[in-house]
Structures are given as C-alpha cells and as structure tokens.
Design a protein around this ligand. Sequence first.
Ligand SMILES: *[C@@H]1O[C@H](CO)[C@@H](O)[C@H](O)[C@H]1NC(C)=O
Ligand SMILES: *[C@@H]1O[C@H](CO)[C@@H](O)[C@H](O)[C@H]1NC(C)=O
Length: 345
Amino acid sequence: MDKLKHSLCMYLLLQCLLCAAASYAAAAAFNISNIPFSKGFSPLFGEGNIIHSQDDQSVQLHLNQFTGSGFKSSDLYNHGFFSAKIKLPSDYTAGIVVAFYTTNGDIFRKTHDELDFEFLGNIRGKAWRFQTNMYGNGSTNRGREERYSLWFDPSKDFHSYSILWTTNNIIFYIDDVPIREITRKEAMGGDFPSKPMGLYATIWDASDWATSGGKYKTNYKYAPFVAEFTDLVLHGCATDPLEEVVGPLCSEEIDEQLANADFTKITPKQKLAMKKFRLKYMYYSYCHDTVRYPVPPPECVFDSAERWLFKENGRPKFDDKTRRRRFKKRAQVMSAKNYENQEDV
Ligand SMILES: *[C@@H]1O[C@H](CO)[C@@H](O)[C@H](O)[C@H]1NC(C)=O
Ligand SMILES: *[C@@H]1O[C@H](CO)[C@@H](O)[C@H](O)[C@H]1NC(C)=O
C-alpha cells in the first residue's frame, strides 16, 4: 500500500514538474548556412532513385521494388554540426527505414565511429518512431540505443534533425529541441567517436525488423516511398582521415567555433524541453536497461524523474496512451488556470 502511495506521489510530482513546459517553441533555425546538394554530397547507392531539385537545395530519396537509395558527404569532418530538414514518406510505411547518420565505416571497417537517427516506418494510421545510437571505435557489441515517438507527424512537414559532435559532447536535436546529450567521460575510452566522419542519408527496406519486430513488411503497392531532404548543413573541418598532417589547424578552429556556437549551449529553457521530451516520448533507453547493462555505461546520467518512469528492461512503466492522457489532462488544468504564459518552452 505504501509503495502504491509512493508511486502515485512520484507520478504527481513528475506531472507538476512538467506543467510549466507544455509546448515547444516554433522551430528556430540555428545560425548556420546550408550547402547545395551537389557541392557537398555524392550518391551512395540507387543513383537512379536520387532526385535533385532544380535549385540544388533539396533532394529526394526514393525506395521502390527495385532498390532504395542513399547519399553521403564527399568529405569527412573532424567534429562538426550536421543537419537537414527532412520530410518522411506518408501513408503505409511499414518495413521502411530512413537513416540520417554520421559514420566512417567505409574507411575504418573494424574500428568505425557512428552517430544515428534511424526512422522506423509504420502501418497506416500509426506514427513513425525513431531511434538514436552511438558507436565508437567499432563498439558494435555495446549498442547505446534510445527509442522514441514524436510530438508531430514527420511525414506532414519538414523538421530539422541535427547531430552536434564536439570533442566533449554530442547532442541530437529535433528543430531546436535537444533530445539527447552525451557528455564524454574518460571511462568511455574509444567508445566516444574520435575519428573524422561523413554524413549519410539512406532509405531502404528493413522488412525483417523495422516495424513491430518484422511483423509488418514493406508493401510495394504504396511505392515509391519518398523521403525529402533540404537545408543541408555540413559545418565542420573537412579532413582526409588517412592523412595525418593536414587538418590540425582547421580542427582547432572548428573546435573553437563549435564551442561558441548557439547549438552547443543548451539554455535552461531547452533543458526543460529536453526533459519533457524524454519523459513523454522516449520508450526505450539502454541506460535504464539493467538487464542488458547491470553496470550502466559510464556516460549514463540519471535524472530521478526519468529513472523512476522506466522499468529494469529499459522500457516505461506506463504505455504511451496513459502517459499522454496524464500529461494532457495536466496541461488542460494548467491552462484553465491561466498559466499559458509559462508554457512557451
Ligand atoms: C550568424 O553568423 C555570422 C557569421 O558566422 C555572424 O556574422 C552573424 O552575426 C550571425 N547572426 C546572428 C543573428 O547571430
Ligand atoms: C580502437 O580499437 C583498436 C583495435 O581494437 C585498438 O587498438 C585501439 O587502441 C582503440 N582505440 C581507442 C582510442 O580505444
């Protein structure tokens, strides 16, 4: 009984904490310039399914019954800020994966680094989900997945998805909301990405696992599936990873620029938005998964509200609907009390 009371109490506390953060700010762009597609990128596969816009600012990746498609940056970058506005395929998208990620796996096959956004399609009427992940120096047996749903329909409008990678931290952004931050810890060793990486985007058929563990396959009756990319950003120090002499100067310069950029400093308002996002939309985290990692990896930082929300298998105690309903109710009560002015987080 006491345990139940304690649980209820924690839950109410959690909602209270969030009531001041009921909505996200409109997508404010970071102060950074875009790069035309053909200036920064080249085809990776399925070249016939890569469609450029006339002004070279946008590109579509198609998936049909013959092939998916993908592009990659022509250069590799030693630290950087990588971003694109993306619109995902709509309607029936089960089995499809759209990935937006940095990697150097083409060059360092056994010791590659990687930072991922992976969007997982769904059956009609069910929302896209996505995951983020990190690998360093070939740490493929130590996945660091987090999985989430979204607060909007990513197939309706363009939203920016960004990856910041500096010497000390990594931040994943959606629009200007930081959704995940990893701060480098000494104990991580090579698990923190440390070699120059390129930016990649792909669409492909992952019928065997992407949707409900492979239950729903890609249905080519709905093809072609089209992912659109625009406002591409490659802000980093272009480096030849095999040429050790070139680069240190530009590396220092970019590190300094990154350290001072607006997207490197998370404001208190953004911090609150991140916390809210993670409590409301995250549905798996390796840090909370003590079955898989009895000793949490060194970079895991535990927010008490977040920790309380997750079970030992890294999944939330409550289903999506229950979480949403509780949060919504709370927001309604607060706005009825005229607290709207506190909600613009
Ligand atoms: C954006 O960045 C440029 C140079 O990178 C700078 O000159 C300009 O003042 C910045 N604008 C804002 C609004 O911060
Ligand atoms: C990366 O892995 C290689 C091969 O396993 C190892 O020799 C090297 O020391 C590692 N680097 C770091 C920074 O841990």
